[in-house]
Design a protein around this ligand. Sequence first.
Ligand SMILES: C[S@@+](CC[C@H](N)C(=O)[O-])C[C@H]1O[C@@H](n2cnc3c(N)ncnc32)[C@H](O)[C@@H]1O
Length: 271
Amino acid sequence: MFNLDGVRDHYRATGLTERLKAALAVFGPEDSLLTTQQLGALDQFHTRGLAATAELAELAGVTGDMSVLDAGSGVGGPARFLAATYGCSVTGVDLSEAFVDAAQYLTMRTGQADQATFETGDVLNLRFDEGRFDAVLLQHVAMNIPDRPRLYREMRRVLKRGGRFATYDIVSNAGEPNYPLPWARTPATSFLLTAEATREAIEPAGFRTLVWRDDTEAAKAWFAQRRASGPPPSPNLGVVMGPDFAQLAANLGRSLLERRLGVVSAVFEAL
Ligand SMILES: C[S@@+](CC[C@H](N)C(=O)[O-])C[C@H]1O[C@@H](n2cnc3c(N)ncnc32)[C@H](O)[C@@H]1O
């Protein structure tokens, strides 16, 4: 039976908050407020970074009066972006204690602690009551989760009827991807589905498709631009995931280019 330890190990990030404190000194003293843009290269842990989060939120129709769940919230960049842009309240849940600690620290540094909160938890087994949220975001998380029907049922359970489920994920295409990858160093913690199988797992959980968009070409263009423009600005996700992160990201770029993987953005209505 699958256990979460392998995935947890991948995102263990020992000493992360201390590393972030040191890296963020380039932006000024601890008591100066940081912006979403300053953090964008290190706190948006998915293909196409901040632009992808902004597009997904737009597609999902997020508004200021919503209560939003960011499932698998990483170090909290998407949650902070939503809170800053729309004024909504966001709850982030993540498996990695180090990531949750870092998310809380970064949110204190952006002055958003009242609007965006973070806690440790498993998105397959959330502590929230049924119908607690108006919208749920799931960005680059499902590929770490083998039991997709259960994942999508849990996303549906915590959503109000008529609420929005917005997902942005990597899908399998032709052949094995090139490991190590940003979410898994080996196939043991990678659980990819094709685009078609992903949709077939989501709809029966109680969802109607509103938007289904193949973002593979946009993702390939983003990686091509990164390759052309040299090393990413500092500090970046290397601080979070370690010095080999550039190689993991390059392997994802290559897997997309070779059509082994694809990227999909989708929004569903909870029925
Ligand atoms: C690639 S990161 C994406 C983080 C964030 N969604 C973002 O886009 O910036 C994947 C995240 O999913 C989290 N994760 C994986 N499996 C999880 C689970 N079962 N429950 C909660 N979080 C999980 C990891 O800890 C990690 O933070």
